[in-house]
Design a protein around this ligand. Sequence first.
Ligand code: 4AD
Length: 567
Amino acid sequence: MSAIHIDETAGSDTTGRGTAEQPYQSLGVALFTHGASASFLTRKDSSGTYEEPTQSSVKKAKKTAEGLEKKRKKADELERAEAEEKEKRQQVLEQSRKIVLVEDESLPKASKAKIVHLEPLRSQRVRVFGWVHRLRVQKGLIFIVLRDGTGYLQALLSGTSTQTYEALTLSLESSVELVGTLQAVPEGKTAPGGHELIVDFWRLIGGSPGGDDAFSTKVNEHSDPSVQADLRHLVLRGETASSVLRLRAAMLSAFRQSYATHNILEVTPPCLVQTQVEGGATLFKLDYYGQPAFLTQSSQLYLETCLPSLGDVFCVQESFRAENSHTRRHLSEYTHLEAELAFIDFNELMHHLETIICETVDILLANPASAALIKQLNPTFEPPSRPFMRMSYEDAITWLTEHQIQRPEEDAEGNVIKDAEGKVKMVDHAVGDDIAEAAERQMTDIIGKPIFLYGFPAELKAFYMKKMPAKDGKLTFTESCDLLMPNVGEIVGGSMRIDDMDELMAAYKREGIPTEPYYWFTDQRKYGTCQHGGYGLGVERFLAWLANRYTVRDCSLYPRWPGRATP
Ligand code: 4AD
């Protein structure tokens, strides 16, 4: 047998084979691998020659080899124990299949209830259905937090209930039926609703996978945003996402309540339209039985037609914007709360808006369920105080300049100008400039309270807006207002509308809008015109403000943004 080679410098204990070409690095590993009967040759490095190891180095190497042997034995033992454990678990699982739970008919009849309705049923037998939201197995007991969409319920399984095959393989997000006695939790302990279900019978309705497909492996706070977007249907099961949606429902209901107290009627305008409201650049176009049509950008024009028939109206309708905006406050489809009011002036419009918003917030805070959601999602929320601050567009331009909040300089084509190093050139705002999202948000965040920004130049605004009485300057300003909220920026856009026929005709012409498709809108000026105004509120933006969410994407059930229409 040829000798085993060890080169203490160039050898390797992982890839070495003991040949002169592939020596080991340490004598210990060589000894452990080939046994004491082999003969060994060592050298310090390639400048030396291979020689038999000294006695002392053999002694040292023996110790290393013994340590390695011990380690190997331990690993073997562990492997064996694991195999045994697996086998044992397999046997337990086999045995568990024989255990069949049967509901005890001699017990008092259980009443079926949703979790939110359980409190009056304390000390009684109840039957609840839901999903396993949390699961903990401890000392022969199974603790479940059940979720049924109306709330969370802690449940305790013990005895044979924990020994069935279903119990041993139960996983998060499985759907189950739980039957048992509802007990108030002892003093000093907490549980959702203040009670706990002591289960005496339960049934698995639909299992949920473990392993790589397990719910908690797929959906967790570390998963990639695009994965979370693909798995929105599962993300929605989480406590935060579902609370946001629950608050959204409460918020819409509170808005409806506020409108009802002011005799403003809800209507449902169409989504498929053949007219634009907010400019052609953001229209989603489609073929409608061979004719061009669009997805609505705003229901405003339809609401205006309702005034002579139904009086003041509002709607909650989806609006669509084909803008390539990837910001945290833009969606391609959003829920638009719009209202239109007849025989009002600009001041009354702003006063009404502030009233509706504050009354809606008051309703939400007065209701314990929605107040708790706001507290959970936005613990430091303070209802805004009235009247909201009012700031004219021209004053805002001055404010921005004074606070050195600048805008990127643009060339004649509207392209951002960069210097030689690729840095964007910033310049002061001037009257006539659009106040872009970044500047608007900076201003709102510094001021830290709702702001009515009003009186934008006509050039920056939609065709239908009523002009302010002319001033000396070249620019014409409009009776328009945006409501800006801290953390979000613009949440409402509103204005008084052109009510004069000639003025409207001139506006169509200025914007290059063909009058023909708008005949029904124009007719409002022909058949008894009236001074009127209205607004649109972005539901997701309002919710982002109320629930302190970073992005409107978290405030929509299934948000759509450029490139995303799934799930
Ligand atoms: O300012 P906007 O474009 O106004 C209108 O559409 C008017 N016709 C409404 C009316 O007077 N009836 O949009 C109104 C509001 C904005 O303030 C914003 O909150 C929201 O709609 N909004 C969007 N929300 C999410 N994603 C988008 N892409 C949005 N565009 C507007």
